[in-house]
Write a protein that binds this ligand. Structure first.
Ligand SMILES: [Zn+2]
Length: 288
């Protein structure tokens, strides 16, 4: 179908590849390797899907009551509360992969963080001051764009798995690279995710200088996004994809693998058919 987002085709192909190999897709691990470094009370907490079956454009978000409900109450939020906006690090947003969570894969957002970021934008981001609805939409895209990069990374990993008929490439990368360098300046996937977000500042209606200062205060791995701007973004993607291909923090070569990364795809960038989940409380959920 012309408008159908190809992730579903990739997911089906990966499932088939896993079945054909007759072994666990998880490289001997029974659960998501990221579980070793995160808090399951948030990672797997109860959630509900929002913005279903709509292209996530700036205009389309206006259709949802969720956006207006937050905007109507934005002036009541105490922005001194300690809920930070640094993605996985503060459980503001995170990504669940279809390799490990086929039923709840997608972009996960903590409601309190979305509200807090929106309130901060509304009071201090030059492009958003006294624009509550725009502040909520910008806060959503702030969380969404960073997390979307993790989905693009998983898709690129899947392409490598399909090409080489090896269903364990993504799992090996998570075990041997991502979980080893998370929260350190060597976590290139987080640096690139913030670079991707920063490059989309205009689309998110967030003042560039404001966003840069925000991201530079996020700690190791996240703040290194400044090393991967402009042409260096492509070079960074090349290193990341080589890490994934080899399952090694220090890959032996850096082939032009970024060709399989669907960065400019307009459907992906509009989040078409990528599930978005909202979490309101930290409480372990069953059924994953
Ligand atoms: Zn991240």
């Amino acid at each position: 179908m012309e408008n159908q987002y190809t992730a579903y085709e990739i997911i089906l192909a990966i499932k088939k590849l896993q079945e054909n190999n007759g072994k666990s897709p998880k490289d001997g691990k029974s659960s998501d390797p990221i579980m070793e470094i995160v808090t399951p009370q948030w990672y797997y907490s109860s959630s509900y899907e929002v913005f279903n079956d709509v292209e996530l454009t700036w205009e389309n978000l206006d259709r949802f009551n969720l956006v207006h409900d937050i905007a109507n109450n934005i002036h009541k939020v105490d922005i001194k509360l300690m809920i930070k906006g640094n993605f996985e690090k503060s459980f503001a947003s995170w990504y669940l992969s279809y390799h490990y969570s086929p039923l709840k894969w997608g972009i996960h957002v903590r409601m309190a963080a979305l509200v807090m970021i929106a309130a901060r934008f509304n009071r201090s981001c030059p492009s958003l001051v006294f624009k509550p609805v725009n502040s909520v939409k910008a806060a959503f895209f702030y969380l969404f764009n960073h997390t979307l990069f993790h989905h693009i990374t998983e898709n690129a990993s899947s392409m490598m798995e399909l090409i080489s008929s090896d269903p364990n490439i993504y799992g090996r990368y998570l075990c041997n690279v991502y979980t080893q360098v998370f929260n350190s300046s060597n976590c290139i996937e987080e640096s690139l995710a913030n670079s991707y977000l920063f490059q989309r500042a205009k689309q998110s209606h967030i003042s560039t200088k404001y966003l840069k200062a925000e991201l530079l205060g996020q700690g190791a791995g996240y703040e290194e996004f400044v090393k991967y701007l402009c042409l260096d973004f492509q070079k960074g993607n090349r290193v990341l994809l080589s890490q994934i291909r080899e399952g090694n923090i220090n890959p032996s070569s850096a082939e032009p693998l970024e060709q399989i990364m669907n960065i400019p795809d307009s459907q992906i960038s509009r989040g078409y058919r990528i599930p978005v989940w909202i979490h309101e409380q930290a409480n372990p959920a069953k059924g994953f």
